[in-house]
Write a protein that binds this ligand. Structure first.
Ligand code: FAD
Length: 507
């Protein structure tokens, strides 16, 4: 009897998906998570009867979750329930107008006709463009391993034809004239850490992805999805260790051989799939003599995405008119994004995303009350902003603004509030520069140029999660695990792993 052991470092959605896939391939699978709960960015905070999803709330491409349960021989309906969200988002503008971003073309066109009649035809063409980009960028490239240059070279002609060298904003502006509508169809890269003025127009595929598969919400919140995956891990026999931060990856003859945790435990292994940030893994967990490509210098040149300030708060009074997802555009768009991504300063103004899950699932707050989170993109830790001083005044400014606009009376009705900022991403989630979405999704850091799913430095080391191809966001990181699935042999094929002569004897 022989058993190949796979270790997954980190239990973000990419790590959970990888653990399910590795176990299904026959590996003894051990998941090591630094924190006290599963989920990474998709963790949960519970306070006074309120349930707050810490991070992702907009579920797109729900079949990618389903696929994992089915491949493990289980029925997803036994684990979780998804419900559709309508509208997908309400986008609000400083002039008092709003746009309900939905999936049906007629509803989109009717709103465009009212807001800017001259853009109706342009939207039809934009939708077709988004569809064309999706057909290549998603259907053909999203789950392709990009660690070989040849794969990239084969993709280049299509990417050039589709204008991937243009930014999302530039591409959308060539079809749409109204500035508000330009914002409606360009803010999506922000959901994966990209600046619409810099992110490649290949990310326009998100619009078609949302139209094709809709926007969903798991009953009980995204954390219910994480819990469902946790139950699945248990059911299929993945060993899960919480509070087990990995401090070092041991490399023997150029191939991974074990991991050591900060608590002093050692786990021998045949392969590792890391869901921890590759920038940190390469520079902190692997000794320099094992890194030919990812030297400290190489890693320091990567552009990390922006960070986030997120405040969670409960209200003793419900606000039933507030939609599930509201994007509140501030007075500046390009200028604000420049402040966040390029100048790295904390601006006086902000654009906000307000999450009110009670619109779709009232069980997340005690009866008659309402739970919210409000998110504001902010510069990452390269800014030098002292959040120990800035966080509370920043929250008070956001609260003042919500009181005046969307949540009148909220200050009097506030039951509690707490917030996270770039320190949380850097410290608790161990992300380079406190980036909220891994490395930034610009063309020069996409596909072959992104961190590879298979390490070029160390044999038997693979990566999933936001910083590897195809990138951040829930569909993105679930697909990173699908890519790794293609690269890892089944457990009964040990010789296919680099450096493996003899399978490890089971204990
Ligand atoms: C506030 C917020 C809102 C978002 N909203 C959306 C949304 O609505 N829709 C959407 O699709 N996406 C959204 N995203 C993006 C999405 O949440 C992320 O891209 C995705 O969840 C990241 O998953 P991941 O696999 O990269 O793992 P992560 O969530 O980054 O988890 C990595 C895990 O590795 C662990 N780890 C790190 N180092 C070690 C170590 N040394 N040892 C052991 N464990 C370690 C960490 O503790 C963590 O649990 C949002 C993100 C944030 C922050």
């Amino acid at each position: 009897m022989t058993t190949q052991t796979a270790i997954v470092i980190g239990s973000g959605l990419g790590g959970l998906a990888a653990a399910i896939r590795l176990r299904t391939k026959g590996y003894r699978t051990i998941l090591l998570e630094a924190n006290e709960q599963l989920g990474g960015r998709a963790s949960v905070f519970k306070r006074d009867g309120f349930t707050y999803d810490a991070g992702p709330t907009v579920v797109t491409a729900p079949h990618l979750f389903e696929e994992l349960f089915r491949m493990a021989g289980r029925d997803p309906d036994d684990y979780y329930e998804m419900v559709p969200v309508d509208p997908y988002y309400r986008v609000e503008f400083p002039d008092g107008s709003h746009f309900d971003y939905v999936g049906e073309e007629e509803r989109i066109l009717a709103q465009i006709a009212e807001m800017s009649p001259g853009d109706v035809d342009g939207y039809r063409k934009l939708a077709q463009k988004s569809h064309d980009i999706f057909s290549v960028g998603y259907d053909e490239l999203v789950d392709q391993p990009f660690h070989e240059l040849g794969t990239m070279l084969r993709a280049v002609p299509d990417m050039m034809r589709l204008g991937s060298y243009r930014s999302v904003y530039s591409m959308v502006s060539s079809y749409i004239r109204d500035e508000r509508l330009r914002q409606v169809f360009t803010f999506q890269p922000l959901l994966i850490g990209g600046n619409p003025f810099d992110a490649s127009s290949i990310y326009l595929l998100i619009h078609w992805l949302e139209r094709k598969w809709g926007v969903w919400f798991p009953k009980g919140g995204t954390n219910a999805m994480v819990a469902a995956m946790g139950r699945l891990l248990e059911d299929i026999g993945v060993e899960v260790h919480l509070n087990a931060p990995v401090e070092r990856i041991a490399v023997t003859n150029g191939v991974v051989s074990a991991v050591h945790t900060e608590g002093g435990q050692t786990f021998d292994c045949d392969l590792i799939v890391s869901n921890a940030d590759p920038s940190v893994v390469y520079t902190k967990l692997i000794a320099p003599e094992h890194r030919r490509v990812h030297t400290d210098r190489n890693v320091s040149r990567k552009r990390q995405s922006m960070s986030l300030f997120v405040a969670y708060f409960g209200s003793s009074k419900p606000y039933p008119d507030v939609r599930h997802h509201t994007i509140i555009m501030g007075p500046r768009y390009r200028g604000l994004l420049r402040d966040i991504f390029h100048k790295r300063v904390l601006a006086d103004d902000f654009s906000l995303y307000l999450h009110r899950p009670g619109w779709t699932d009232p069980t997340l707050a005690p009866e008659g009350k309402d739970g919210f989170y409000v998110l504001s993109p902010v510069p990452n830790q390269k800014s030098g902003i002292d959040w120990s001083k800035e966080a509370e005044p920043y929250w008070q400014r956001i609260l003042d603004s919500l009181e005046k606009s969307h949540l009148p009376g909220i200050k009097d009705n506030l039951e509690h509030s707490f917030h996270i900022d770039p320190r949380y991403f850097e410290g608790k989630l161990r992300s380079m520069d406190g980036a909220a979405f891994g490395i930034e999704p610009v063309l020069t850091q996409s596909a072959w140029f992104r961190y590879h799913n298979k390490s070029p430095d160390v044999g038997g080391l693979f990566f999933v999660g936001a910083s590897v191809h195809p990138g951040a966001g829930m569909p993105g990181v679930l697909q990173t695990a699908a890519v790794v699935d293609k690269l890892v042999p089944t457990a009964d094929d040990p010789l296919a792993l680099p450096g493996k002569k003899e399978p490890r004897k089971s204990a």
